[in-house]
Design a protein around this ligand. Structure first.
Ligand SMILES: Cc1ncc(COP(=O)(O)O)c(C=O)c1O
Length: 380
């Protein structure tokens, strides 16, 4: 049976989530904007879904709008720039393309984009960040946890500093939610992006949490849905699924996190006994499920394909940038040398991953590294 260890790319739908969604696919087809009873059933489902998703991050339901996913939430968050005079804004150098690309869009329209540099562990350098904050950027966007390395940023202190300089603060919490405790108010941010398919919910739905009436121009114009920010009839079944996934993520956070962390540590402890294996950002605070390893001498893509041939799915970097053969911008920003960066593979455990799967991966990596070392010595 296939072994799936790529949960930072996407997760399987939880059976309880599917069950919650089915009535909204099969029976309750009313438009939530309709005032008849069929419409009201759909509206009620969205209202309670909003409460559940908001509850996952300790926000008020009125602060949350549903989007088509993390990408849309990030794009909408950066749209806040449109309501300001052209000025400086900053985003971390290790952001997901769903933040970096909108940032470049605004840069191309005359905004001064500053990238917040990270150290060798992928953590934002607070002194350099403060130098940039002194230029009083209008917006700072820093992800809570990185999708490639799992590194968790010191968001609270960064957000506090940025607020003191008057910046609006956004965080992409897509990878953090469901893996570590996330509290919207305690994090000190004004805007937070979430995505359902990273927490065992359906794809194509996410949310943006907005702390107060920030002036953000809408993404989609039309009937004024989601407080006018993104018009269009709501995807009721997906929203209901997201809410169920959020409810389970909150209930089971501790046990999921301990379980994944146990597997991650088991894997890393064993990998450290294999000659040449590097664990990237090992000493930084990281998500409990993620490990990024590099095996010099074996290209990440080659290792990925060899593991795939053995029925094991991992990633050679960000899934959203998998068509790119360049070393990832995240590893570049961490000043990892190119050879090491090219030989990275990301393993991300999920709530249902097992010890047997972890050990099967280890065995496969041991075999492949041994084979590669033998081939290298023959070539020599
Ligand atoms: C950190 C991060 N932000 C945003 C996204 C995009 O989210 P979505 O797939 O819901 O658009 C991803 C997806 O991989 C991600 O890892």
């Amino acid at each position: 049976m296939a072994i799936y260890l790529d949960h930072n790319a996407s997760t399987a739908l939880d059976p309880a989530v599917l069950e919650a969604m089915l009535p909204y696919l099969a029976e309750h087809h009313g438009n939530p904007s309709s005032i008849h009873s069929s419409g009201r059933i759909a509206r009620t489902a969205i209202d309670s879904a909003r409460e559940q998703v908001a509850d996952l991050v300790g926000a008020h339901p009125t602060q949350l709008i549903f989007t088509s996913g993390g990408t849309e939430a990030n794009n909408l968050a950066l749209n806040v720039l449109a309501s300001h005079e052209v000025a400086t804004f900053c985003v971390s150098a290790v952001e997901h393309p769903a933040v970096l690309e909108p940032a470049r869009y605004w840069q191309a329209r005359g905004w001064q984009l500053e990238l917040l540099p990270v150290d060798g562990d992928g953590l934002i350098d607070q002194t350099l960040a403060n130098n940039i904050l002194q230029r009083q950027p209008v917006l700072m966007s820093v992800m809570m946890a990185n999708n490639e390395t799992g590194v968790i940023q010191p968001l609270q202190s960064l957000a506090q500093n940025a607020r003191e300089y008057g910046a609006i603060v956004h965080t992409d919490a897509v990878q953090a939610v469901g893996k570590i405790a996330v509290d919207f108010n305690a994090s000190g941010v004004h805007l937070m992006s979430l995505s359902s398919h990273k927490i065992y919910g359906p794809k194509g739905v996410g949310a943006l949490v907005i702390d107060k009436a920030l002036d953000i121009p809408p993404l989609l114009l039309g009937g004024g849905h989601e407080k006018g920010w993104r018009s269009g009839t709501e995807n009721v079944a997906a929203i209901v699924g997201f809410a169920k996934a959020a409810e389970l993520a909150k209930q089971q956070l501790g046990q999921r996190s301990d379980h994944m962390c146990g597997l991650r540590d088991r894997l890393e402890n064993a990998l450290k006994t294999i000659d040449g294996v590097h664990i990237i950002a090992e000493s930084a605070p990281r998500l409990p499920n993620t490990t990024l390893i590099a095996i010099p001498g074996i290209e990440g893509e080659t290792l990925l394909m060899s593991l795939d041939a053995k029925g094991i799915a991992v990633s050679s970097g960000s899934a959203c940038a998998s068509t790119d053969t360049e070393p990832s911008h995240v590893l570049r920003a961490m000043h990892l040398d190119d050879e090491l960066a090219q030989s990275t593979v990301r393993i991300s455990f999920g709530k249902d991953s097992t010890v047997a799967e972890c050990d099967a991966l280890l065995l496969a990596i041991r075999e492949l590294t041994k084979m590669s070392q033998q081939m290298a010595s023959v070539a020599w």
